[in-house]
Write a protein that binds this ligand. Structure first.
Ligand code: SF4
Ligand SMILES: [Zn+2]
Ligand SMILES: [Zn+2]
Length: 304
């Protein structure tokens, strides 16, 4: 197979785009596509102060790398979750995120959950009414809270995450199976900021996971290969496998599922839910918006 741009041997074949590219052209194409989507979906501009949530994994480090190549001013945020039993997942991912930042002279903020809030993610989980909150629920709560806090307190305009198309499609698939209206309303490439809640964007949301993997490998980014131990057997991995089978038979199916969802929502499929969503209060402890009166779920968890 030959590169469409130069005729040299192609290293990546993207069947959904009917496009094969050599290493050099692929490493140019991914940042070009990312920039196109940043502009198309009005995620942020070059004058914005940008924060990238980095986990040490291939997607978030690649996103930071792409923004750096494109000339955006973006700092990183690493949240140490304290998931260290077994393979030392948190320590190793922190080491790689810090190494990445030092090598490129980029600024990385590090928030250690145990030091700041007294417990690691697994500890919060086991303390929560005998493990009522699973580690992934705690982790999601912690990450949302900290990203929002740091973005707001340090005056960033937007927080970015490295979610790729496969991540987004797996979440959409799960939300659609249960017709979770509230979640479907909120899912999208950009979440506009509201008072107390930072603007969020996902610049890689249209790029397939296998392309992000190719980008990380071909650009020599050192990232953590191991998955978080809590992801083993997760529903989202199962959905990804199912969706990959669909994609294999019908190239482009994942992308079209997601883009059709965005179109349907734009044309008013969830319009009624938008009216209901306005009911938010300020948490009496941290000030972040919450649907409950009094403390938000994060502050309730820390207080127990
Ligand atoms: S698998 Fe669960 S615990 Fe691990 S990083 Fe992801 S959300 Fe957090
Ligand atoms: Zn080429
Ligand atoms: Zn709170």
């Amino acid at each position: 197979m030959k590169c469409r741009a130069c005729g040299q041997k192609a290293v990546v074949n993207m069947r959904q785009h009917k496009l094969a590219l050599c290493k050099d052209h692929f490493l140019e194409w991914i940042p070009e596509q990312t920039e196109r989507f940043i502009e198309k979906y009005e995620m942020f501009t070059r004058s914005d102060k940008i924060l990238v949530g980095v986990s040490g994994g291939k997607d978030s480090l690649s996103l930071w790398d792409i923004l750096h190549r494109l000339g955006y001013m973006a700092d990183g945020l690493y949240i140490c979750l304290g998931i260290d039993e077994g393979i030392g997942y948190s320590s190793e991912s922190q080491r790689l995120a810090e190494k990445f930042a030092v090598e490129r002279n980029l600024k990385l903020h590090v928030v250690d959950i145990q030091k700041e809030y007294g417990s690691t993610v697994p500890e919060f989980s086991s303390k929560s009414h005998r493990g009522r909150l699973k580690s992934c629920s705690v982790c999601g709560l912690v990450k949302r809270h900290v990203m929002n806090r740091v973005t707001r307190d340090l005056g960033y305009d937007v927080i970015l995450t490295g979610h790729n198309l496969d991540d987004e499609v797996a979440v959409l698939f799960g939300n659609t199976l249960s017709w979770a209206g509230e979640y479907l309303l909120r899912q999208g490439p950009v979440l506009p900021g509201v008072p107390g809640l930072a603007r969020k964007a996902k610049p890689l949301f249209r790029i397939y996971e296998r392309e992000m993997l190719a980008y990380a490998l071909l650009s020599g980014i050192e990232y953590i290969y191991d998955e978080c131990p809590y992801s083993v057997g997760s529903t989202s991995i199962y959905y990804k496998q199912l969706l990959n089978r669909l994609e294999n038979d019908r190239p482009g199916a994942k992308q079209s599922f997601y883009l059709s969802f965005l179109e349907a929502r734009k044309s008013g499929l969830f319009a009624e839910r938008e009216l209901i969503q306005a009911e938010l209060h300020s948490c009496t402890s941290c000030g972040q918006p919450t649907s409950a009166q009094g403390l938000c779920s994060f502050c309730r968890m820390v207080a127990t």
